[in-house]
Design a protein around this ligand. Structure first.
Ligand SMILES: Nc1ncnc2c1ncn2[C@@H]1O[C@H](COP(=O)(O)OP(=O)(O)OP(=O)(O)O)[C@@H](O)[C@H]1O
Ligand SMILES: [Mg+2]
Length: 316
C-alpha cells in the first residue's frame, strides 16, 4: 500500500528579482514501510520538496496524498499523519525543557503522559539526554538539539517520518546512533522514512531506495542495489612484483580501455575496467607470457558516492 503519493509537485518561489523553480514536476510514491533517501546537491530542492510534502509550504501545483488523504486540501491531516525533522529551523520549543518538549509532542498527538512515559525514557536514554532532561532546549548544544528534534518526531509515533538532514551537526558517535536507530528499531516497527542527507553513508546504510534530484527535477529513482549494478563495470586490481616494463605497459594500453598503473618500490598495481570479466584471462596471459609474477587480484566494488556524482554531472 502506498503511504505517500506525490504527483507533479511544483514549487516556484517568486520575488521581485527572480523566479526559482525549486521543485519541478516531481512525481513518486512511497510504499508503507519503505526507507527512501533523497539526494541532491545544495539548492537541488530537497528541503522545498520535504516541506511541501509535510505541508509546511504550499506547493504551486501538484497533488499530495498521505495515507490516502489529500493533504493539499487538508494540511491538518499532514500534521497528524506525518512527523518531520527539518534542517536549521528545528521543530522543538526553545524555552521548554527536553522532557517538556517530548511531552508536548506526544500530547499534540493525543497521547497522555502515562501512555508515553516509558517511550520518553527510552528515547532520552538512546540519545544520551538523561543529564539534560530538565534543561531548556535553547541551552542544549547544537547536536543535542538535533537529537531532541528527532526524539520529538519519533514520540509522535506516526506511520511516516520526514527527515531533512537528520545528522547535520552531530558527532560521529551520534551519527552512528541515529543510523542504527533508523535502520534498526524504527524500520522494524514498520515506519516509513523519507530522508534527505549529504551523508552518503547514512543514506546507503538506512535506505533501500534513493531518489536523486537536481535543479528541482528527479534524475534517478531506483533501488541503491540496482543503481550500483547498473554502473558496475568490473574493476580489477592486479598486483605484480617489481616495476612494470614499458613493453608490457604499451601492450595493456593497446588492448584495454581504462587501464591505470601505479608503482611503488617493490610492486606495481594495474587497475583495469573490464566490461566482461572473462577478459581477466587475457590479462593473466600477458603477465605469464612476459614472466611477470602476480601477487594478488582483487575485484573493486563500485562506490555509491562516485555513482551519485556521475548521475548529477550527467544531468547537468
Ligand atoms: N524562501 C525562498 N525564497 C526563494 N527561493 C528559495 C527559498 N527557499 C529556497 N529557495 C531556492 O530554491 C532552491 C532549492 O532550495 P532548497 O532549500 O530546497 O535546496 P536543498 O536541496 O534543500 O539544498 P541544501 O542541500 O543546500 O539544503 C534554491 O535555489 C534556493 O535558493
Ligand atoms: Mg536543504
Amino acid at each position: 500500500m502506498q503511504i505517500l503519493q506525490c504527483e507533479n509537485l511544483t514549487k516556484i518561489y517568486r520575488n521581485k528579482k527572480q523566479t526559482v523553480r525549486a521543485a519541478d514536476n516531481i512525481s513518486f510514491s512511497i510504499k508503507k514501510g519503505e526507507l527512501v533517501g533523497l539526494l541532491g546537491p545544495n539548492g537541488a530542492g530537497k528541503t522545498t520538496t520535504i516541506k511541501c510534502l509535510c505541508r509546511l509550504l504550499n506547493p504551486t501545483s501538484g497533488k499530495i496524498h498521505i495515507d490516502g488523504f489529500d493533504v493539499i486540501k487538508n494540511p491538518r491531516i499532514a500534521y497528524e499523519k506525518a512527523a518531520a525533522v527539518l534542517e536549521g529551523n528545528r521543530n522543538i520549543y526553545w524555552r521548554m525543557s527536553t522532557k517538556e518538549n517530548l511531552k508536548l509532542f506526544a500530547g499534540l498527538q493525543g497521547y497522555s503522559y502515562k501512555q508515553v512515559k516509558n517511550k520518553i525514557e527510552e528515547l532520552v536514554e538512546i540519545f544520551g539526554l538523561q543529564e539534560k532532561i530538565s534543561t531548556e532546549a535553547r541551552f542544549l548544544s547544537r547536536g543535542m538539539q538535533q537529537k531532541l528534534a528527532i526524539a520529538c518526531a519519533l514520540i509522535k509515533n506516526t506511520k511516516i517520518l520526514f527527515l531533512d538532514e537528520p545528522t547535520l551537526g552531530l558527532d560521529v558517535e551520534a551519527i552512528y546512533e541515529v543510523r542504527n536507530l533508523l535502520k534498526g528499531k524504527i524500520s522494524s516497527e514498520g515506519k516509513t522514512i523519507f530522508l534527505s542527507s549529504h551523508n552518503m553513508g547514512v543514506v546507503e546504510d538506512v535506505c533501500k531506495r534513493v531518489i536523486i534530484i537536481n535543479h528541482g527535477k528527479i534524475v534517478a529513482d531506483e533501488e541503491i542495489k540496482k543503481i550500483k549494478e547498473l554502473f558496475r563495470v568490473n574493476t580489477y586490481r592486479f598486483e605484480i612484483e617489481g616495476k612494470i616494463g614499458e613493453q608490457i605497459k604499451k601492450e595493456f594500453l593497446k588492448r584495454f580501455l581504462g587501464v591505470r598503473f601505479s608503482t611503488d618500490e617493490s610492486k606495481t598495481e594495474i587497475i583495469i575496467d573490464l566490461k566482461d570479466s572473462i577478459r581477466i584471462y587475457e590479462v593473466l596471459e600477458i603477465l605469464k607470457k612476459r614472466g611477470v609474477k602476480l601477487l594478488n587480484i582483487q575485484n573493486i566494488e563500485p562506490d555509491f558516492e562516485e555513482i551519485y556524482l556521475e548521475l548529477v554531472k550527467r544531468e547537468k
